[in-house]
Design a protein around this ligand. Structure first.
Ligand SMILES: NC(=O)c1ccc[n+]([C@@H]2O[C@H](COP(=O)([O-])OP(=O)(O)OC[C@H]3O[C@@H](n4cnc5c(N)ncnc54)[C@H](OP(=O)(O)O)[C@@H]3O)[C@@H](O)[C@H]2O)c1
Ligand SMILES: CC(C)CCC[C@@H](C)[C@H]1CC[C@H]2C3=C(CC[C@]12C)[C@@]1(C)CC[C@H](O)C(C)(C)[C@@H]1CC3
Length: 597
């Protein structure tokens, strides 16, 4: 009778099958027939392991410790091994959402040369990302800068890395050779863009684009494909009063945000397990804002100023977003976040942010900017455009088209604020840093480009027949229904997976402890909320007619944004959930539009 090395109840390190990763496990028993140990992982997954796949706890070093020592890209990517990658032999019981800490075996070579260890880790990664695969050979050949550039390019220029993932997943050396060609193409693409990084390109492009569309909106024949109109003299951009109004607006929103009114909601658990609290009183904020604006108009405030000073207001807001981004950059970075997501490149870090949840005491800057000044400002601007239309065309009431655009977008914003808690389970809040991209996006991009339909209608009226109005309203309601139902379903499930109201839904367990919905809305397509959102976007552009491309800008931008977000989310989920995600994708075949995409 062979001796049993590990006893029931022992805490040991168990290798995740098919990888070199070891996780802390508890021995549940030993089957002398099969010579296998039954072990349980921290997330509740039970597996049977051979003795050689089990080691004692001594002789291991935690990866979280080693991670903070290096900021190399390959090290960051080494997180991508999800234990769910390998098919489980026994059933998994998902317990509390405790993410098991992956621990790698400490070898003499890994201690001698961390860079070499990085490359070894990358080889083992189930989903080798494009840049991980690139670094594999490039680091060996001592070309880390090239790798860094390509990596930045991959992220910042939103290239679809999945094709490259596929190559790298399908075999070591072969894939590497194929990747040489890819690298060349990427490099040419990189040189084609502004050096040194893609982030630099976006830093210049995004503000230039806002300026372009605002100037187009003032033309008699606005289009997105027209050559940019000549730049107005520099002094027309600046208006001190506009800056004061913008500052007042932001301060007013900040005041409403900090008032102890409304619920304190908990965010999703951070990697440390901590759950931050958020004051979700957005609905209250928009109601108070509406009352204040109504009183101001009643007292004679001329809101058409917003239309006549649109460019100056945008410039002022842009200045504030840049100052905020600089502040965000110079604040001490969140090392744990930075060590995982940030490559330590100044431009990139400035663009994407160095902190996940920058806060001043309890004041959460990202949450505030995403949900308040820009979003509520969007409705204020739309309302001002309706007044400007009436003034310009001497109307007693805004046109049908203007009313529809105003009501549709107001509904979207009010719904977002009413369900403010749901934003805490979205990608931006859970995964993205807060830097220039989001600061500018929230404060400038949203209020000054999402309002383009209303801005357009002031100078370019479009008469709508009653049947057209009915058709557009119906479309909007269908889109809204899909959007709201699917978002609420996911949010309710993420907040309480055992919610009895959701017990009829089928789910796939994952090794992280979280499950994935495979029926209900999330069983129709992989992003039903994007589908609803896109239908709504269509309903926002239709009232403006087909004479010009400018009011269709949002629709075009939104398709690009959501397709990109979807592929980014796919890669992220595959990294997190491994084979469970693949199973989900096999079951739910379409991404956004059933049977089409
Ligand atoms: N108007 C705009 O400009 C704009 C722009 C972007 C987005 N949006 C809207 O904002 C909302 C949020 O969008 P988002 O991009 O943050 O993405 P989202 O679809 O809300 O969140 C994606 C996350 O949901 C979880 N998930 C995915 N599939 C799941 C499944 N089958 N079961 C359970 N959970 C699943 C995953 O996170 P975990 O597994 O980690 O929980 C995934 O990372 C959407 O309605 C979108 O349309 C609007
Ligand atoms: C090109 C860049 C400048 C892109 C910037 C992107 C951001 C402007 C968007 C990213 C996530 C978006 C978002 C909303 C607004 C626009 C973003 C911040 C949102 C707050 C709009 C109201 C919705 O109801 C919402 C809460 C679902 C939504 C969440 C995501």
């Amino acid at each position: 009778m062979p001796t049993v090395k590990y006893q029931k109840g022992d805490t040991v390190m168990g290798r995740w099958p098919g990888s070199s990763l070891y996780y802390q496990v508890k021995v549940l028993g030993f089957d002398s027939k099969s010579q296998l140990y039954t072990v349980i992982y921290k997330d509740g997954t039970e597996l049977e392991l051979k003795e050689q796949d089990i080691k004692s706890v001594t002789g291991f070093q935690t990866r979280s410790r080693s991670r903070s020592r290096s900021r190399s890209p390959a090290r960051r990517r080494s997180r991508s091994r999800s234990p769910a990658r390998t098919t489980r032999r026994s059933s998994s019981r998902t317990a509390a959402a405790v993410a098991a800490t992956a621990i790698t075996e400490s070898t003499p070579s890994s201690r001698r040369d961390t860079r070499l260890k990085d490359t070894v880790e990358v080889r083992l990664s189930p989903v080798v990302s494009a840049y991980a695969a690139l670094s594999l050979s490039d680091y060996r050949q001592g070309k880390p800068h090239f790798c860094e550039l390509v990596r930045t390019l991959c992220i910042c220029n939103q290239l679809d890395t999945q094709k490259i993932n596929y190559l790298s997943e399908h075999g070591g050396r072969d894939a590497e050779e194929k990747l040489n060609l890819t690298k060349l193409i990427l490099l040419i693409f990189l040189l084609f863009l502004v050096l040194p990084t893609g982030a630099y390109f976006w830093l210049l492009f995004l503000p230039a684009w806002v300026l372009f569309v605002i100037l187009q909106g003032n033309l008699t024949d606005p289009s997105l494909i027209n050559a940019p109109p000549p730049l107005p003299p520099l002094d027309t951009f600046w208006d001190a009063q506009a800056l004061c109004f913008v500052i007042l607006w932001i301060l007013f929103q900040a005041l409403l945000y900090i008032l102890p009114v409304g619920k304190l909601s908990e965010g999703m658990p951070l990697r440390s397990g901590v759950r931050l609290k958020y004051r979700t009183n957005g609905f209250f904020a928009i109601m108070v804002s509406a009352i204040v604006v109504a009183v101001a108009v009643h007292q004679g405030a001329d809101l058409t100023y917003i239309h006549s000073h649109f460019l100056q207001l945008a410039t002022a807001t842009f200045i504030i977003s840049v100052l905020l981004s600089i502040y965000l950059y110079v604040r001490s970075p969140d090392l744990e976040f930075a060590s995982v997501f940030s490559p330590g490149n100044v431009v990139y870090d400035f663009f994407k942010g160095r902190e996940l949840n920058p806060r001043i005491k309890n004041f959460d800057l990202k949450f505030f900017c995403e949900m308040r000044p820009g979003l509520i400002g969007w409705c204020l601007i739309n309302f001002a455009m309706a007044l400007a239309e009436m003034k310009k065309h001497n109307l007693d009431a805004p046109s049908y088209a203007m009313i529809l655009v105003n009501l549709f977008q107001l509904l979207y914003v009010v719904d977002g604020l009413w369900n403010e808690e749901a934003i805490l389970t979205t990608m931006d809040l859970m995964h993205d840093g807060f830097g220039f991209m989001l600061a500018f996006g929230d404060l400038v991009w949203v209020p000054f480009t999402y309002t383009l339909q209303a801005y357009y209608l002031v100078l370019h009226p479009n008469a709508l027949s009653l049947p057209a109005v009915i058709a557009i309203v119906t479309l909007k309601l269908i889109g809204f229904y899909i959007f709201r139902k699917s978002n609420s379903e996911k949010n309710a499930f993420r907040r309480n997976p055992s919610n009895p109201k959701l017990s009829h839904l089928k789910t796939i367990p994952t090794a992280t402890g979280k499950s994935l919905l495979v029926s209900g809305w999330w069983g129709v397509v992989r992003h039903p909320n994007y589908l609803g959102d896109l239908i709504m976007a269509l309903a926002w552009s239709l009232p403006c007619g087909f004479s010009h491309l400018l009011p269709w800008y949002y629709m075009i931008y939104f398709i690009i944004l959501l397709v990109h977000r979807d592929s980014r989310d796919m890669s992220e989920c595959r990294r997190k959930y491994g084979s469970a995600w693949d199973e989900y994708c096999r079951t739910v075949r379409y991404r956004i539009i059933p049977r089409v995409y």
